[in-house]
Design a protein around this ligand. Structure first.
Ligand SMILES: *Cc1c(COP(=O)(O)O)cnc(C)c1O
Length: 394
């Protein structure tokens, strides 16, 4: 039985999977079992923030694994406390953190904090959460319901929890608020929905309005967080101060970790929430190593340089391949090319893989780029050389 047959027989087929078998990665280059190399413009889905085979991350994981991988959360965990302090310090917000294992779990935590906040602070419980169309917040029953895409709310999994509604635009959110609204949950750059950033002014106005109304602003930074858009958090870039922020993807460099941080530190108390694995020695040591690498890179100016370099490459593509792409979208190293059709989007991804380049899809017609934050100019050059070769055949 070959690998593809084995996968098809023993793994539940929930993904439309490609069967290239990668066996090694170095920086932003992956190698398959035949030794063919691929430039990685996807980094998982924005997960391998420090690239593949990063020495600092690998040795932090190895060293930690030799000592303690896990004990329960009934015990204090030193790297967990240190990582919480580091995240709070880098964010600049006066917040405290709960650690989970994924983005969806972090958002579950955010919704729990919001609902309890809505119970203890008002005579009539507030519990409704407003999200946006084209948003993505996870795959658990609750976070999939928080996701503003009807196609995800299939009747297969019903009934879903009540209390979620979706608005077309930020300006529609104002009208949707009622006496039972406790929070608005948004991504500042919609990732899965098509790499669509919101206007800074629009977000700042919304944040001010919500604050005045006593409604919580939850920012889902599962994809935008950890330097993805240029600053440590997209919330920093937008210069807002959310009530609750969630993180996951890039935080562990590939080791599963999620985090929900809030300035409402008193809402949850002992017994309200928990996780067996959340914040264990292994994942939080990985998080510390990742932030160590990325903070240094940020301060050297290298992250900002990589953004500009990547952006210029995309602008050139749009200029030279106007028959395929309408425009480039996104912020920082969270980028997309809006293809003229979903057929083009799919063909571009397929052909890129043929040429040894991994890119992603988002929304209906966006080709998405989420390279590692540590990607080098040489790797960007090589990736775009392959990208041009791929799209020139279309
Ligand atoms: C990926 C993603 C999630 C879900 O994260 P998981 O780790 O897959 O649960 C939630 N929100 C956003 C914005 C994401 O991009």
């Amino acid at each position: 039985m070959n690998l593809e047959q084995q996968d098809k027989k023993y793994v539940l087929q929930t993904y439309a999977r490609d069967y290239t078998n990668f066996v090694k990665g170095v920086g932003s280059t992956l190698y398959d079992e035949n030794g063919k190399d691929y430039i990685d413009f996807a980094s998982g889905i924005g997960v391998n923030s420090v690239g593949h085979g990063n020495e600092k991350l690998a040795s932090a994981i190895c060293e930690q694994a030799k000592n303690i991988i896990h004990i329960s959360n009934l015990q204090v965990i030193e790297p967990q406390a240190k990582l919480a302090e580091k995240i709070v310090e880098l964010s600049g917000y006066d917040m405290a953190i709960f650690f989970a294992n994924s983005g969806a779990e972090a958002n579950e935590g955010a919704i729990k904090i919001a609902r309890k906040y809505g119970e203890i602070n008002f005579d009539e419980k507030r519990y409704k959460v407003i999200t946006l169309e084209h948003s993505f917040h996870g795959r658990t029953i609750t976070t999939v319901k928080a996701t503003g895409q009807e196609s995800f709310h299939t009747p297969h999994f019903s009934p879903y929890p009540a209390g979620f509604s979706y608005e077309k635009s930020i300006s529609d959110v104002y009208k949707a608020i009622d006496d039972e609204t406790v929070a608005v949950l948004i991504e500042l750059v919609q990732g899965e929905g098509g790499v669509q950033p919101f206007e800074k002014k629009e977000i700042q106005d919304l944040a001010a309005h919500l604050k005045a109304e006593g409604i919580l602003l939850i920012v889902d930074e599962v994809q935008t967080g950890v330097y993805r858009t240029g600053e440590f958090l997209a919330s920093n870039l937008y210069e807002i101060e959310p009530d609750i922020i969630t993180l996951a993807k890039g935080l562990g460099g590939g080791v599963p970790i999620g985090a929900v941080m809030t300035k409402h530190k008193e809402v949850l108390s002992a017994g309200d929430h928990g996780s067996t694995f959340g914040g264990n020695y292994l994942s939080t040591s990985a998080g510390l190593a990742v932030l160590d690498v990325l903070e240094t890179l940020y301060e050297s100016g290298a992250i900002a340089e990589a953004h500009l370099y990547f952006e210029q490459k995309l602008e050139n593509i749009v200029k030279n391949y106007g028959d395929l792409f309408e425009k480039e979208v996104g912020l920082g190293l969270m980028r997309g090319l809006r293809a003229k059709s979903s057929e083009i989007q799919t063909a571009v991804q397929k052909q890129s893989l043929q040429e040894g380049l991994i890119v992603l899809k988002a929304g209906r017609n966006t080709v998405r780029f989420l390279p590692s934050i540590t990607i080098s100019k040489e790797e960007i050059d090589e990736g775009f050389k392959r990208f041009e070769k791929a799209i020139s055949t279309l």
